[in-house]
Design a binder for this molecule. Structure first.
Ligand code: ADP
Length: 459
């Protein structure tokens, strides 16, 4: 493939940088090199013969060599038009023409900078001609199409694109003006993923080229999917208490109650559903504030043992109502950590309230505070001897809107409490949260907050 007076010289076995850098070197073998080769050959031949021929050849070669040195035959010079594909070896120009040399060097430097810039992109960039032959491939493109398919001057990279994209790209090359097209498809290569391709027509030296930019949109698609899933789950969760509120309000308006006692029961249902609705909305807002980085933890030295004691005291009434024993079973000295007391109190209350909800009457809930000297963190555990959680449910437990099958009959909930706990512990305090559980025996929910020393070390 001829271009700019040179040939594409690609050795598929050489590495890619070399391939690209030797691209447009002129095909002319320097005369000096030929002369030197002839001279060396004639000198070698002279050892085996005493005829005059080698001497004559040697003299001719010397003359040719000297002429070559004087003339300094130039190799092809890259111009700005083919800046993407350039000669790596500095062009040799006539010494008199300093301006030309400087201009060529400037073009070469600019070309190197552009190549470096394109190589720094995580998107694949491919430049093809009107036949789909590769003129340039950045590092991301070589990685995507494969080294063997990125050889310049071949259609191998282009041929890996789906037929409709190939047709579109070739169609662009035939357009007159700077046209663009966007394609979206599933990349079928080893890194199977949704990709978006932007193809733009360009022109170099009146030759039509098409720049193809390919972006892996897997992460964006996953984020979109999660957003859609969140919205649909959230609407479903909001609709349940709303329909219940509406139904009971309608019964009250239509006086569909037998007596005052039923009238009061309907009102209590409305109150409890309204509470559930506002809890749901609060949890959703809290989670979205934390995930979007709007909410900030106010980390001050906090005594977690004192915080646990306060939570246990606060929940004592609810425990008594359910006939469950609730106690702070173990504490340790030195349980102070840099933490946002208000947020961690929310976590402890959530775990204790869950333990009370999912433990039958007569059960036991215990809170423990430990100091893990090795990991340098304070560990809070909330143990119950309640329903327990099946092993297959454990991985989803801290996800959004997840509830263990069958538990909705035991207690009302939002399925967001544990997700909020994880966000507060891991996202805002750099801690860890987890659970050990066995169906029929109970659960231990725990979280660990790093002590000040650990935080300082990390900073
Ligand atoms: P919910 O508001 O539904 O309690 P959570 O996110 O706090 O939401 O909890 C998610 C699910 O985890 C609960 O619906 C329940 O199925 C299960 N769960 C949480 N804590 C316990 C526990 N101590 N014992 C058994 N199951 C629990």
């Amino acid at each position: 493939m001829a271009a700019n007076g040179g040939l594409v010289q690609v050795d598929p076995s050489s590495n890619r940088h070399e391939q690209r850098s030797v691209t447009f070197v002129a095909t002319r073998v320097p005369i000096g090199a030929i002369a030197l080769a002839v001279l060396v050959a004639s000198l070698l031949a002279e050892f085996g013969s005493d005829s005059m021929m080698p001497w004559l050849m040697g003299a001719a070669a010397s003359a040719l060599g000297a002429a070559a040195v004087l003339l300094r035959v130039p190799r092809s010079v890259p111009t700005e038009g083919n800046a993407l594909v350039h000669a790596a070896t500095p062009p040799m120009l006539r010494p008199m023409d300093a301006e030309v040399i400087l201009k060529a060097r400037a073009v070469e430097l600019r070309s190197e900078e552009r190549t470096k810039l394109l190589d720094a992109l995580t998107d694949a960039v491919l430049l093809v001609d009107a036949h789909g032959e590769t003129r340039f491939a950045n590092e991301a493109a070589v990685e995507r199409f494969g080294e063997e398919n990125s050889v310049l001057g071949t259609r191998r990279a282009f041929d890996q694109l789906p037929a409709h994209v190939r047709r579109g790209v070739l169609g662009l090359a035939e357009c007159d003006d700077a046209a663009r097209r966007r394609f979206e498809f599933d990349w079928q290569g080893d890194r199977h993923a949704p990709v978006v391709v932007h193809a733009t027509r360009a022109e170099s030296h009146r030759e039509a080229l098409v720049a193809i930019l390919m972006r892996d949109v897997r992460v964006e698609r996953e984020a979109d999917r999660m957003k859609t899933e969140f919205v649909s789950k959230a609407s479903h969760e909001l609709r349940t208490p709303l329909s219940s509120l509406r139904a009971y309000a309608e019964m009250l308006v239509d006086r569909e109650y037998a007596d005052d006692a039923e009238h009061d029961r309907f009102l209590r249902v409305i109150l409890s559903e309204a509470d559930r609705l506002s809890r749901l909305v609060d949890h959703m807002l809290d989670i979205s504030r934390i995930e979007s980085g709007i909410a900030r933890a106010d980390l001050v030295t906090t005594d977690l043992a004192a915080l646990c004691r306060a939570c246990v005291d606060e929940q004592q009434g609810e425990a008594k109502r359910r006939d469950i024993s609730l106690a702070l079973a173990r504490t340790t000295g030195g349980a102070t950590v840099p933490a946002d007391g208000g947020l961690l109190k929310q976590v402890i209350l959530n775990l204790v309230s869950n333990a009370l909800k999912y433990t039958p009457e007569g059960g036991r809930v215990e809170v423990e505070v430990d100091f893990d000297a090795l990991a340098r963190e304070v560990v809070i555990s909330v143990r119950d001897n309640g329903l327990g959680i099946p092993a297959d449910a454990l991985p989803q437990l801290f996800g959004k809107f997840y509830r263990v099958a069958g538990h909705e009959k035991v207690a009302k909930g939002t399925g967001l409490g544990l997700n909020l706990c994880r966000n507060i512990v891991e996202g805002m305090h750099g801690g860890k949260i987890g659970v050990d559980s066995e169906v029929g025996r109970g659960s231990r929910f725990w979280f660990a907050i790093p002590t000040e020393a650990t935080l300082r070390k990390a900073a």
